[in-house]
Design a protein around this ligand. Structure first.
Ligand SMILES: [Zn+2]
Length: 375
């Protein structure tokens, strides 16, 4: 790559990242404006309107949540269309057709609606029956839900959006087999996923639990990276498996979820009438719970990202040591940065607040140190 094109890529990656960050922050602001307006007047009106149709608690909640989600999704259409479709095309990162995007959005909407209605229905059973300790039961529900979702996502949810098939290329299979020996992941658990249907970006992930645990490698990666580079990506995902990062993330999710529900309980039990709602289990007060969880999530985001970056560094170190090939790791990082338009050197504050992975420059820096320390 020439110096000029390297400079151009660096400039577009800065512009692309900036737009992504602005969109994410706008998303949170729009959500908060919606939730606060619902709290102030919309929620009670919606509740009364639905009560004209039904007094059945379960039906009331299902209808309330459906309308609540439909409204926020409609408000979000401009942001999600620009961020998920237009921006990706402007930066030539997307292969997705307009109707393909709409189809995926409808699937995401229906899936999240079904899951949310199910969760809120159970949450309100606890709120009605255990007004003082509901938050403990809901935290336990949250743990079960997170485990079930982790377990089922690769077999039930991912296939709704992408096809994945076991790796067929014999050279790649052999190369990966030698790395995975003794880790508990075998080559039958390594899948090629057709990301290229939607994007030009490359990616890989560790997903699932127990019998559904697997490594997913994007076709965009398998088709254009050298075997040594594919091995370093695979070894990084093995690192997540060996260091039990999925379980550790679940524990962190449980702690933050539990904290969130405890705060919700405190606020609801102290202020429910001041806020203009009838009781702690009034579905009209649902936006209050959402506001607390969104604000807490926003406050905790830097801590969660710091933990995630730490896990990523652990996996990087594992990959470099396991493959004993820091050069391949460096060329992989270079390729990924270029292909995904990743900002190699983000502002330090942006990194601390928003980055779930260390910036590419730091990941490469670590691998270079590794080369220097070789005998
Ligand atoms: Zn990773």
């Amino acid at each position: 790559m020439s110096d000029i094109s390297r400079k151009q890529t660096a400039e577009s990656s800065k512009k692309y990242s900036l737009q992504k960050h602005i969109l994410a922050i706008n998303g949170v602001i729009v959500a908060l404006i919606y939730l606060v307006s619902m709290c102030l007047f919309g929620s009670n009106i919606l509740n009364h309107l639905i009560l004209q149709i039904t007094a059945n608690q379960y039906l009331l909640i299902a209808l309330y949540i459906s309308v609540f989600v439909i409204i926020i999704d409609i408000i979000n259409i401009p942001l999600s269309f620009y961020g998920g479709f237009v921006l990706e095309h402007i930066f030539k990162l997307s292969n997705q057709k307009f109707f393909g995007w709409i189809k995926d959005e409808i699937k995401k909407f229906l899936l999240s609606l079904v899951l949310l209605v199910g969760l809120v229905e159970i949450m309100y059973i606890f709120l009605r029956n255990f007004p003082n300790s509901w938050w403990i039961f809901v935290t336990i529900l949250w743990i079960f839900f997170s485990i079930i979702m982790s377990k089922l996502a690769p077999v039930l949810i991912f296939p709704l959006f992408y096809k994945s098939v076991p790796i067929e290329n014999e050279d790649i299979k052999k190369g990966l087999e030698s790395l995975s020996e003794g880790t508990g992941i075998n080559i039958q658990g390594v899948y090629k996923i057709n990301l290229s249907k939607n994007t030009k970006k490359a990616n890989a992930a560790l997903a699932g639990m127990g019998s559904t645990r697997r490594v997913l490698l994007a076709d965009t990666l398998l088709d254009s990276y050298s075997l040594a580079e594919i091995k370093s990506v695979f070894a990084h995902e093995l690192g997540h498996h060996v260091h039990r990062h999925i379980w550790k993330m679940l524990v962190i999710g449980t702690i933050t979820g539990g904290l969130g529900f405890a705060i919700c309980h405190y606020v609801l039990s102290k202020m429910i009438e001041i806020l203009g709602f009838q009781s702690i289990h009034d579905i009209a007060a649902f936006p209050v719970i959402c506001i607390i969880l969104v604000v807490l999530g926003f406050i905790l985001m830097p801590i969660q990202n710091a933990i995630s970056r730490r896990f990523e560094r652990e996996s990087d170190r594992y990959a470099i040591e396991k493959t004993n090939d820091p050069e391949a790791f460096i060329s992989t990082m270079d390729k990924l940065a270029e292909q995904n338009l990743a900002d190699r050197t983000p502002n330090r504050l942006v990194e601390l607040l928003l980055y779930s992975h260390p910036p590419i420059s730091k990941r490469i820096e670590m691998a270079k140190k590794n080369i220097q320390s070789l005998p």
